[in-house]
Design a protein around this ligand. Structure first.
Ligand SMILES: Nc1ncnc2c1ncn2[C@@H]1O[C@H](COP(=O)(O)OP(=O)(O)OP(=O)(O)O)[C@@H](O)[C@H]1O
Ligand SMILES: [Mg+2]
Length: 247
């Protein structure tokens, strides 16, 4: 880890739903320009953690610092304005709006005029490989393009840190390769990312470091190669088949 201040720091963050502790004392840091991966079984608390970081849920305890600000408990729009945006695991574009209009909504969060937002949205749509579909209704897009639209909508808010929640789920191999390429390009252009993903092959190609959650707790953190060898991670999530396939 570098000496520079991290772009994001979580300090013992806990989020409960009634008697269930969905996120339990989670601490980690993300350096600027890093891609951090988050993995773990279904129900491990990954999406809940994103909801807490991005301000959709207030944690019961712990602190979250982003870009020099204590953002703990701040609302999503305030955190977004500071440069932290997330995508949703269940994609929810405005189906009756065109692709370009969906992206414009993101751009309008920081640009004062519709014409400026449209120009900016056109650039983002191009970046995300959606130019041919710009005028089409969001609801008519196949899943692969809807996932790209979800990324485009988030990108239009011009984040410094982007949280991606399973944007590769359900994609065919060609779409998957395209999404990995897009994420790598965004990273090369200076974006910092946290990526939740079940597709380990994709995770291994993207993440520089991985945090593993299990029952809301961090059970391992480290380089992808070390994580896949970690006994607790194999037992809780990856399974012996994964280890044998890697060998
Ligand atoms: N709004 C909520 N109210 C009550 N319980 C919730 C809520 N959101 C999540 N949970 C519970 O918190 C736990 C963590 O859920 P979460 O969605 O964060 O898991 P996840 O790691 O994202 O799983 P997946 O890989 O299936 O997406 C689960 O037991 C879930 O049922
Ligand atoms: Mg989830």
């Amino acid at each position: 880890m570098s000496d520079a201040a991290p772009i994001l720091a979580l300090d013992r963050v806990t989020k409960r739903f009634g008697g269930l502790t969905a996120v339990s004392g989670v601490s980690f840091r993300v350096e600027a320009r890093e891609i951090l991966g988050i993995i773990g079984p279904n129900g491990a608390g990954k999406t809940t953690l994103f909801n807490v970081i991005s301000g959709y849920y207030r944690p019961e305890s712990g602190r979250i610092h982003f870009a020099g600000h204590d953002v703990t408990g701040q609302p999503p729009h305030a955190i977004c304005r500071l440069g932290l945006t997330r995508t949703f695991q269940l994609v929810k574009p405005f189906g009756n709006l065109s692709v370009i209009d969906n992206v414009m909504i993101g751009a309008l969060t920081r640009l004062p005029t519709v014409s400026a937002a449209r120009l900016d949205a056109e650039r983002v749509v191009e970046t995300c490989g959606l130019a041919a579909h710009a005028a089409g209704h969001a609801r008519t897009l196949p899943i692969g393009l809807r996932k790209r639209l979800e990324v485009a909508r988030a990108l239009a808010t011009r984040p410094r840190l982007l949280l991606l929640d399973e944007v590769m789920a359900g994609l065919n191999p060609t779409e998957l390769a395209g999404m990995i390429e897009l994420i790598r390009r965004l990273h090369a252009d200076g974006l910092t990312l946290i990526v939740i993903e079940h597709i380990m092959a994709a995770m291994m190609r993207l993440a520089q470091r991985i945090v593993v959650l299990h029952h809301g707790e961090t059970i391992a953190e480290g380089a992808p190669a070390a994580i896949t060898q970690d006994r607790r991670v194999v037992d809780a999530y990856l399974g012996e088949e994964f280890v044998l396939a890697q060998a």
